[in-house]
Design a protein around this ligand. Structure first.
Ligand code: FAD
Length: 388
């Protein structure tokens, strides 16, 4: 199949297995998500459990983890799955990212054997849902200043505080909660039916509407010591989970961009003004050309970082590089495609404005562009500019 958006033959860099994963996830996204997602977006709700169960059957949850029913796929295969899911909608990819790369990864990497046995198989199957609570109402980019506290209580712990903007929180069975104890930042796998734990849905979102986002309140939540993630001590634990999830975003954002570009190209070929298809105007072609250049540069970058990850050599600043570039370019592509569709560009009949709006969240979560610029700036200069 000759893909007009693959001028560089990036497809040729994939193995047959990787191509199979991509094709499978593309088909599932096309059949199960694409026909319904505009409605979910408009209503601000989606069948999270149903989708999770289906994604679980396909091995997409915790896909790159090993054991406990996880697929043990390569990083590149996982990235390709993220691309195809986000080509349908960023909210659907967020569901998979948060489940696999944040909640499951945290338990898989920092949990006890009992915690892994208790949560991971059900989460991999999509029968149990997880969320990851780091951000707070007053502490976003600077989680080191978090106000949520973990206090020792006999053999156990008491959590007090709150988390904000937590994907999957309203539907989760287990919440990975990060809190400050006397020893530093600690992580807990909190069953969401624990007394004192509550999650309310964040409403009024203009972005990522096909995604359940919640505000968590922790009102003297009493937990046994067995709920604490024993290997997690210090902020580097949640930050390492974010590095995992950012990797998926590097690939996912390009799915949204690719979908916009594909729609805009088709539209430009069929829409006539001044007696000819608008695709025949030089200014439209300049837009399309610039966009395919950025899309494919982003794909090559994602692919390079994926191969580094599979070789066990990916560094956090390289992930920052990828997230900064690919999300920034994806949102620029979505906005530019919007112009090509004219008035139809703002209609829910086309996915372009939905993708553009979704990418506003993707630009902000998992470290804003500014934070990733600061990571790279520090690497380049040796100077920490986070404080000003
Ligand atoms: C839809 C959605 C889902 C989310 N899901 C989750 C989730 O599942 N779990 C979770 O823990 N969090 C989640 N988040 C939260 C997200 O990670 C935070 O919004 C993000 O870290 C930014 O924090 P903030 O919104 O408080 O912005 P702030 O930190 O207040 O930043 C505001 C602005 O100031 C800039 N800024 C901040 N510090 C600096 C600096 N030192 N130098 C220059 N500029 C700076 C930022 O770049 C930004 O432009 C989600 C957010 C959204 C929108």
């Amino acid at each position: 199949m000759n893909d007009p958006l693959d001028i560089l033959d990036v497809d040729a860099l994939l193995t047959d297995d990787e191509r199979d994963v991509r094709d499978l996830v593309r088909r599932v996204a096309d059949e199960r998500v694409r026909p319904h997602v505009a409605g979910w977006y408009e209503r601000g709700s989606m069948p999270v459990r149903e989708l999770a169960a289906e994604f679980g059957k396909l091995g997409l949850l915790g896909m790159h983890l090993t054991g406990y029913g996880c697929a043990g796929a390569s990083a590149v295969a996982y990235g390709l799955a993220c691309t195809e899911l986000e080509a349908a909608d960023s909210g659907v990819r967020s569901l998979v990212s948060v489940q696999g790369s944040l909640a499951m990864y945290a338990i898989w990497r920092y949990g006890s054997a009992e915690q892994k046995d208790r949560w991971l198989p059900g989460m991999a199957a999509g029968e149990l849902l997880g969320c990851f609570g780091l951000t707070e109402p007053d502490h976003g980019s600077d989680p080191a200043t978090m106000a949520t506290r973990a206090r020792r209580d006999g053999d156990g712990w008491v959590l007090t505080g709150g988390k904000m903007w937590i994907t999957n929180a309203p539907v989760a069975d287990v919440a990975v909660i990060w809190a400050r104890g006397d020893e530093g930042v600690l992580g807990f796998a909190v069953p969401t039916d624990t007394p004192g734990f509550s999650a309310r849905e964040v409403t009024g979102k203009m972005s990522l509407r096909a995604s359940a986002t919640g505000e968590i309140t922790l009102d003297e939540v009493r937990l046994p010591d067995a709920a604490r993630l024993p290997e997690a001590l210090g902020l580097k634990a949640p930050l390492s989970c974010l590095t995992e999830a950012r990797f998926g975003i590097i690939w996912g954002a390009l799915g949204a961009a690719r979908d916009c570009l594909s729609v805009a190209r088709d539209y430009a070929l069929s829409r006539e003004q001044f007696g000819r298809p608008i695709a025949g105007f030089q200014l439209t072609q300049a837009k399309l050309a610039d966009m395919v250049v950025e899309l494919q540069k982003g794909q090559l970058l994602a692919f390079h970082l994926g191969r580094r990850k599979d070789a066990g050599q990916l560094r956090p600043e390289q992930v920052s590089f990828g997230k900064l570039n690919n999300v920034r370019e994806a949102i620029a592509i979505a906005r530019q495609c919007r112009t090509i569709l004219g008035a139809n560009g703002i209609s829910a009949e086309y996915p372009v404005m939905r993708h553009a709006n979704n990418l506003e969240s993707v630009l902000t979560y998992e470290g804003t562009s500014e934070i990733h610029q600061l990571v790279l700036g520090q690497k380049l200069t040796g100077l920490d500019a986070f404080g000003g």
